[in-house]
Design a protein around this ligand. Sequence first.
Ligand code: F6P
Length: 341
Amino acid sequence: MRIGVLTAGGDCPGLNAVIRSVVHRAVVGHGDEVIGFEDGFKGLLDGRHRKLDLEAVSGILARGGTILGSSRLERARLREACESSKELAREYGIDVLIPIGGEGTLTASRMLSDAGLPVVGVPKTIDNDISATDRTFGFDTAVGVATEAIDRLKTTAESHQRVMVVEVMGRHAGWIALESGMAGGAHGICLPERPFDPADLVKMVEERFARGKKFAVICVAEGAHPAEGTMDYKKGAIDQFGHERFAGIGTKLAAELERRLGKEARPVILGHVQRGGTPTAYDRVLATRFGWHAVEAAHRGEFGMMTSLKGTDIRMVPLAEATTELKRVPENRMNEAESVF
Ligand code: F6P
């Protein structure tokens, strides 16, 4: 079998572990050939690819980023890919394409699959917002980075009696904010799923200071927003990939709290630090298992499917199931952290 693999969308720790695992299982386990397309679907359309053998993936397990490069694809080029998907497969002589990506990539993969390209998807995203899988790799690493940041910010916040507003990634789902906020013991957590009232945060900080605690850390997801009429805040415009541009909730909330509290507040935007660097052991294992199962599924001819984690097992689920709606933080998970909302 000849397998094509690509990584698309925002990068995430663990992508290289999947690529390595696909190559090992395919080459050693099945005697397959693997080629890697460069820079996501762009490489597929432009014919940029290279052979991936054991040597090519040697030493990449612990490396962040992706050796293949990644990119986002405009909708027009995606349509182009769908129209020519069968010819593309013939041109490169591939029997299956394994795209590794988030919601956008998996949606594109489903469209390519519907257009006749044999596809087995692998979900990735630090946001952990893909339905049909309990976890995506990259999330554990991002939560670890954000938790360490909260731990560190507490000591400097205390020294200066400040309020720190830590903005973490999470467009529509606040998983990173929820879990790093819980793990780091943040005093407030703001998620996209539940609009917040800055007055509640002001009350929380004042109560803490009244109890003699002279600092507070608030963890806010980039997609969080204040409840209607509680604070002057406008959502960002939509970019060419259909994503909302963020309007800087961390910076605006810190300024608002400083004004209302009369205390110093500082925003800290963690940004792409959460996506960089070496994956945790958990993410390396999950990524490796996804790669192994993607190759097995390809050999069983299970196309139009993607790998997913269900409990502790890896199962194959239809791409359609994974792309119908985002997995957002449910009410019961918010309730568990309620004392800090
Ligand atoms: O979807 C993953 C993600 O890291 C989001 O959390 C974040 O909003 C976005 O990608 C950032 O994208 P870019 O790399 O284009 O700045």
